[in-house]
Design a binder for this molecule. Structure first.
Ligand code: PLP
Length: 383
């Protein structure tokens, strides 16, 4: 194991086997093992290649629109009368969320590996849209697996993917949601590995996906850190992000891991409440187990069967969480709270708990146009 060089060097993880302490790893069928080992090797080479990094940087700048702004939310700060609140504006990226950061990195890797067909899973559809978009950009065929239930409730994104030339395959197995779509995508991958690359949308899955997705999303935290130093002359007191599988959160957190004075706060979706059976708070309301190739905190029943996650936000209803978060949770470096559907409307009150003179950075990971119908229904309004 790559022991950290100093006790608080949390960024040294994972080890060569993809383990973050007791989490992560490569829990895959024998047929899948050569694929993930091959991918691990290809990613390690790409990561160390300045040409790959330059190419990614160029697409991030000219195609995705990075760096995203850091905005001082003056009126919200006044409203709460406490800490200065900043928004990291990742919803201004091309396709409207942070997903493009990861989709760009992985498709460049896929092409480097000589793959000619891209598959992905999607829940709410933001990752599917980002993947379909980069596939259209580079002229690669794209198949997106999406739970049949999600296809039904996220029609605008299904239509967008189709317009971009992607084939959306509804998955009816299980409960027809994100975890089933991911199972189906893994099945496709193992069957078509000669030409196919599986572009996973969050910091989960078998090693090297959690570290790879984290690296591609770390552009958020790297920018946020530099922007704070430039705008405030110091680091923030806390950074806050929502958690589905945990990719935007780990991307924001990672560059701050060794800044001891910066609190890292992840917010899980508590749905109707963590004491009910309708939530998506894997760390708060789950326990460790194995799903989709890694060991992490999961929502499961007494027999270890995965329980379906619920959140009013379709993008947050994953029954697991990236393994690095499970690790940061257990060692206490990051704090994980949860917010109910109802509280989500007032979620920013979290920021006001810190007093005057403090600085909080909140990651705005997506613009949520697709959610207006859900919000209207929750508010009892008709569009
Ligand atoms: C996908 C998505 C999420 C959840 O995914 P993470 O991997 O936890 O970041 C959250 N917000 C938006 C806008 C998304 O598109």
């Amino acid at each position: 194991m790559n022991a950290p060089s100093k006790p608080n060097d949390y960024s040294a993880y994972p080890d060569a086997e993809g383990r973050f302490g007791g989490f992560g790893g490569r829990y895959v069928a024998e047929t899948l093992m050569p694929l993930v080992l091959d991918l691990g090797k290809a990613y390690a080479q790409a990561k160390a290649d300045p040409k790959f990094q330059d190419q990614l940087k160029s697409f991030n700048t000219h195609y995705a629109g990075r760096p995203s702004p850091m905005y001082f939310a003056e009126r919200l700060t006044e409203h709460f009368g406490g800490a200065k609140i900043y928004f990291k504006r990742d919803e201004l990226n091309h396709t409207g969320s942070h997903k493009i950061n990861n989709a760009l990195g992985q498709i460049l890797l896929a092409m480097r590996m000589g793959k000619t067909r891209i598959i992905a899973e999607t829940g709410a559809g933001q990752h599917g849209v980002a993947t379909a978009t980069v596939c259209a950009r580079f002229g690669l065929p794209c198949v997106v697996y999406m739970g049949a239930t999600d296809v039904e409730r996220q029609k605008p994104n299904v239509f967008r993917m189709n317009l971009l030339g992607a084939e959306v395959r509804p998955v009816t197995s299980g409960t027809g949601t994100l975890k089933d779509a991911m199972n189906e995508a893994m099945r496709d991958w193992v069957t078509n590995v000669h030409d196919t690359y599986y572009l996973i949308g969050t910091a989960a899955g078998p090693h090297p996906y959690p570290v790879m997705v984290r690296d591609f999303q770390s552009v958020i935290g790297i920018e946020a850190r530099a922007q704070m130093l430039e705008m405030e002359g110091r680091l923030p007191d806390a950074v806050v992000a929502c958690i589905g599988g945990g990719s935007n959160a780990i991307g924001l957190f990672h560059p701050f891991l060794n800044d001891d004075g910066v609190r890292l706060i992840g917010v899980e979706a508590a749905g109707h409440g963590v004491s009910t059976d309708k939530h998506a708070a894997s760390l708060t309301g789950g326990r460790p187990g194995v799903l989709h190739g890694n060991r992490t905190y999961l929502l499961q029943d007494d027999d270890g069967q995965i329980i379906d996650a619920h959140s009013i936000s379709a993008g947050l209803d994953y029954p697991g969480i990236g393994p690095e978060h499970s690790f940061l949770h257990e060692i206490g470096r990051a704090e994980y709270l949860s917010t109910t559907d109802q509280e989500a409307l007032d979620a920013f009150q979290l920021c006001s708990k810190l007093g005057k003179g403090k600085i909080v950075v909140m990651n705005l990971c997506g613009r949520g146009d697709k959610d207006i119908f859900t919000v209207a229904e929750a508010l009892g309004r008709k569009i």
